[in-house]
Design a protein around this ligand. Structure first.
Ligand code: ATP
Ligand code: FE
Length: 343
């Protein structure tokens, strides 16, 4: 079993596949079905009991409210029953901060967050303190990868993005000349809706119908051409953001790339070039910590704990029907923020 993955025997991708998208109610049921045994297994693997812990950290947003509630309820129960400190975590902050688990990355740093639902360029000034340089006007790059994977008839496991990356390695990335998004907008924003449509039209014209061995080469060429544009867009925006960020915060030494798409090898190598060109160092979490995982939430929780950003819950919280979740929660809006003092 993967060390960072709890084997609960169900993959959500299988549950939602027949519906062509995530069905909130089914996702909630799957979370409920897996919650107790997942926590149990994590504790067992770590060889600890709840009473050995100091704190419990949980994602309170952003995300699907029905699913967030399942996790928050469990965390509040654990905290109240065992007298643990309760740490509320922002999902995207967890993606960003876990880069600091394996490399010494000091604040402030520039951060590119690329995942299934987010496309952000931010300066991280401290825990809970982010300023926004750019975000997507429509879709996130991970979402575009997933859509392209479906259009190309690829296996969505472990992810659509990984499947497109693998197929693209066999393709000619110059065969389809998809246009670069927002070429005339010299800022740090992103757009993927137009590229998604262009890829769909190319597939309908050049490789309609099911995926077969006969159309594999053209599908690989489409995947490679899509990936070239999708990642060059990220590369160009990050280069501009690095220049802006250094002007605002000359002490920046690192560019962090995090979120599921950061697992992409070509993206990492493109961003290496950007970082080197401007005298910065690129840091990315190990690939298994790029897509959603518990380690990143625990790490962000530990960072917050060290700063005193935790709550004490009364014993009655174990039975609370009310839970505080924040389905729409901008990363830049964290009222309890505090700067991490550097060693
Ligand atoms: P968010 O974090 O915005 O709420 P999410 O949690 O669903 O969204 P993550 O788990 O961080 O997203 O990342 C999953 C995304 O990363 C998917 O869109 C997936 O296709 C993409 N992805 C994973 N591996 C790769 C890869 N090698 N290349 C490109 N994309 C990838
Ligand atoms: Fe995520």
């Amino acid at each position: 079993m993967h060390p960072y993955r709890t084997d609960i025997g169900i993959l959500q991708v299988d549950i939602h596949a027949p519906w062509g998208g995530v069905v909130p109610k089914l996702a909630q049921e799957a979370h409920e079905a897996a919650m107790d045994s997942t926590v149990e297994q994590a504790l067992q693997q770590a060889g600890v009991r709840p009473s050995d812990l100091e704190a419990v950290a949980v994602t309170v947003g952003p995300g699907l409210s029905l699913c967030l509630k399942v996790g928050v309820q469990k965390a509040r129960q654990l905290a109240a029953e065992h007298g643990l400190k309760y740490v509320a975590v922002h999902h995207m902050e967890a993606h960003a901060l876990v880069a600091r688990a394996s490399a010494p990355v000091a604040f402030p740093f520039l951060c590119l967050l690329v995942s299934g639902g987010h496309n952000l360029l931010v300066i991280a000034h401290g825990v809970g303190r982010y300023s926004l340089l750019g975000s997507t006007l429509d879709d996130a790059v991970g979402e575009a990868y997933d859509k392209v994977a479906r259009l190309l008839g690829l296996e969505l496991r472990p992810s659509g993005g990984a499947a497109v990356e693998t197929l693209a390695a066999e393709g000619d990335d110059q065969r389809f000349k998809f246009s670069m998004p927002l070429r005339m907008r010299p800022n740090c924003n992103f757009s993927y809706a137009g590229l998604k449509t262009a890829v769909r039209l190319a597939i309908e014209a050049e490789a309609p119908g099911p995926a077969t061995d006969a159309n594999r080469q053209v599908r690989a060429d489409i995947a490679a051409s899509f990936q070239r544009v999708a990642l060059t867009h990220l590369e160009e925006r990050t280069r501009r953001a690095a220049a802006w960020a250094l002007e605002a915060e000359p002490s920046i030494c690192h560019i962090v790339v995090a979120g599921g798409v950061a697992a992409n090898k070509l993206l990492r190598s493109k961003l290496q070039g950007v970082a080197k060109g401007i005298g910065l160092e690129l840091v990315s979490p190990p690939p298994q910590l790029c897509t959603d995982n518990g380690v990143m939430v625990a790490w962000a929780g530990a960072e917050r704990l060290a700063l005193g950003l935790w709550e004490h819950l009364p014993a009655s919280a174990a039975d609370d029907a009310w839970v505080d979740v924040r389905p729409r929660w901008p990363l830049t809006d964290q009222r309890d923020s505090r700067s991490l003092s550097e060693p």
